[in-house]
Design a protein around this ligand. Structure first.
Ligand code: GLC
Length: 649
């Protein structure tokens, strides 16, 4: 018997032991499994072939897939089929997302249901609910330190409340995204507690060492993620008298994926989330899931193999669930999370366009689009069928992670340029309108990231404080420019809650000991519904920002051309202050043009004639005005921070 035949025979044995009706009601599942098992086995072997119980553990993995499938509700299986018929459902221009903390937005899950009307009004039909599972108060990292992957934290409600909400959302045509925190658990998770108590089986779930010999080797190459609040990557646990790897906060213990049992446990959790009705699963911090001394322990090939394996397993048991890899790493590395080689477009379906997000902030501060353009070659390599999450702000900091070489390419000094950006957004630069703060400054490397809400970074906080009407107008114009740029770029735009109503920084975190060490809380507001009611009062800040956001979403929904069909071309830089991209789909075209400077900017009409038939007229979806395309020596004039969404007519 060949090896392949044996694999198929073993698979059949496991299927029959688990009473799968392969020619009847479970036929579709059977087809998916039997087609995918070879690939799944290959990927599993790539990582775990040297494990003494590798074969037995592979059998258990198959059981996990079968159980995952069997626990999938009929409604979700039907949804899987509908999505399959639609093809790449998540590339659509009709989706617009919002990311929010249920407690800070609505209080709890039952109240969340009542807020769907507000989101509907805005046009949001995709929700990223920030981590909901049990996480110890004060040592929670916003829910990213999970102590029970199956229990919704009491302050939000229960699993049943979550399911009720999901069903309500689905009825309204909304989609749900949740996180799986794959890299670590809270040190209060039962696995960690058993490990602390000395159980060697659970100690093998984590990276634990009796002395500093191996930790020191790791530390040689591992950077610090939170150098101010959590320097180093190991902590000494006095209960079990061992050094434990904690890459993020000291209360987040890194899971040991060299142990196949850990992989299976986490796959089981992934399928559990799939069966709660998750449409997109956000895999938190996937870059970190494989560790090896002598490396930075980020983006290692084995981390990619594990993600491919997860993708293949999900395709078998819960095929309608897409995966988002939250890899906020160097531009070239981000791209690899979409899969490479034979697995191109077969790893994560989504990644954050973190590079472009940071570059938008670069353009806003410098008024210069050249560094952004220099980075596009890498960003455009994204394979067809995968997509970006496009955004201006999220719950995390803004990292300026693009290459120094790209800054140097346009004749700027990388050190001075980054220094300018940090000073500009932290408000230290003379006359800077931005009110943000540096996050995780590392004195050893000089690196720092940036915290601050969209509104505060765009100058609204300062303008309000100074009671400066012109400053208020400019900041709202900047907010609109930033959102528009990310909404039409291609990908699924995810707005961060509060940004739709112009929330500025919230400094109350400074007096909460569970948050004061982490200034990312300044841009994670508590929503005051009295304030949000003002979205209905013409002329208020809330109303002005909400209406802009609402209109941008509505325009996006009308234009199929802005769906992510790998259909973006950057316009050549006729004016360094103006960024422009062309979206094309069949006969449809859209020129999106953005002036990132505080002065009027001219763009030659020639810019619209370089891509196929020269248009005679351009209709702007934003101002609802039409322009006659002039001769090449004349210009389209954009006001300060103005943008236009031009469709050839
Ligand atoms: C991700 C989250 C971030 C968290 C980290 C550790 O990057 O977005 O908020 O601190 O993972 O879980």
């Amino acid at each position: 018997m060949t090896f392949d035949q044996q694999l198929i025979e073993n698979t059949h044995r496991v299927l029959s032991e688990n009473k799968v009706d392969i020619s009847g009601k479970d036929k579709n599942f059977y087809d998916r499994l039997i087609t995918g098992v070879d690939t799944i086995f290959g990927l599993f072997q790539e990582i775990y072939r040297f494990h003494p119980k590798s074969e037995e553990l592979f059998g258990q993995l198959l059981v996990t897939l079968i159980q995952g499938y069997k626990s999938r509700g009929k409604d979700l299986r039907k949804r899987d089929e509908e999505k399959e018929q639609k093809g790449h459902w998540y590339l659509s221009n009709e989706l617009t997302g919002m990311s929010l903390y249920v407690d800070r937005f609505a209080g709890n899950l039952p109240n969340m249901g009542e807020k769907l009307a507000y989101l509907d009004k805005l046009g949001v039909n995709f929700l990223h609910l920030m981590p909901l599972f049990q996480s110890p108060e004060g040592e929670s990292d916003g829910g990213y330190a999970v102590s029970d992957f199956r229990k919704v934290d009491e302050r939000f409600g229960s699993i049943d409340d979550l399911i009720v909400l999901r069903k309500k959302m689905q009825k309204k045509g909304m989609y749900l995204m949740l996180d799986i925190v794959l890299n670590h658990t809270s040190h209060h998770h039962e696995w960690a507690k058993k490990a602390k108590a000395g159980d060697p089986f659970y100690q093998d779930y984590y990276y634990m060492y009796d002395n500093r010999w191996i930790p020191n080797q790791f530390e040689e190459q591992m950077p610090d993620i939170f150098p101010e609040s959590s320097p180093g990557n190991f902590i000494y646990d006095h209960d079990c008298k061992k050094w434990v790897m904690t890459v993020f906060h000291t209360y987040q213990w890194d899971l040991n994926f060299t142990n196949p049992i850990v992989f299976r446990e986490m796959l089981d959790n992934i399928l559990f989330y799939a069966n709660l009705g998750v449409d997109v699963l956000r895999i938190d911090a996937p870059a970190f899931i494989w560790k090896q001394t002598g490396t930075a322990c980020q983006n290692l090939p084995q981390a990619h193999t594990l993600l491919k394996l997860i993708k293949q397993c999900v395709l078998v048991s819960a095929p309608g669930m897409a995966l988002l890899g939250e890899a906020i790493v160097a531009p070239k590395e981000i791209m690899k999370y979409f899969g490479t080689g034979d697995f191109t477009a077969k790893e994560c379906d989504f990644a954050y366009n973190a590079t472009q997000m940071a570059l938008q902030w670069d353009m806003l501060a410098s008024g210069d689009t050249r560094v952004m353009l220099a980075c596009q070659h890498d960003i455009l390599q994204k394979p067809y069928g995968t997509s970006w999450i496009t955004y201006t702000r999220c719950h995390d900091d803004i990292g300026l992670g693009y290459d120094d070489s790209k800054i140097a390419e346009v004749g700027k000094n990388p050190y001075q340029h980054r220094r300018f950006l940090k000073d500009y957004f932290s408000g230290a630069f003379p006359n800077s309108p931005a009110r943000g703060a540096l996050f995780s400054s590392n004195p050893k490397t000089g690196d720092a990231r940036i915290s601050g809400s969209l509104a505060s970074l765009c100058g609204l906080e300062k303008a309000l404080w100074e009671n400066d009407p012109h400053g208020i107008d400019t900041s709202i114009q900047k907010i609109s420019l930033m959102q528009a740029h990310s909404f039409f770029l291609g990908g699924l735009p995810i707005i961060f809650y509060g940004d739709e109503a112009g929330y500025t920084n919230d400094y109350s975190y400074q007096t909460d000991p569970g948050k004061s060490y982490d200034n990312r809380w300044m841009h994670r507001p508590v929503i005051h519904w009295e304030k949000n009611k003002k979205i209905g009062e013409t002329g208020t800040i809330e109303n002005r920002v909400f209406t802009v956001t609402q209109k941008l979403i509505a325009i996006r929904k009308k234009l199929a051309v802005v769906g992510d069909h790998k259909n973006l071309t950057w316009l050549p830089p006729h004016n360094i202050h103006v960024a422009g991209y062309l979206r094309t789909l069949g006969d449809q075209k859209l020129f999106a043009i953005f002036n990132f400077s505080g002065h009027p900017a001219n763009l030659t009409w020639h810019a619209f004639k370089e891509h196929g038939v020269a248009p005679k007229k351009l209709y702007d979806h934003w101002t609802e005005k039409e322009f006659e395309v002039g001769p090449d020596h004349e210009h389209l004039v954009l006001g300060s921070y103005e943008f236009l969404l031009l469709e050839p007519r």
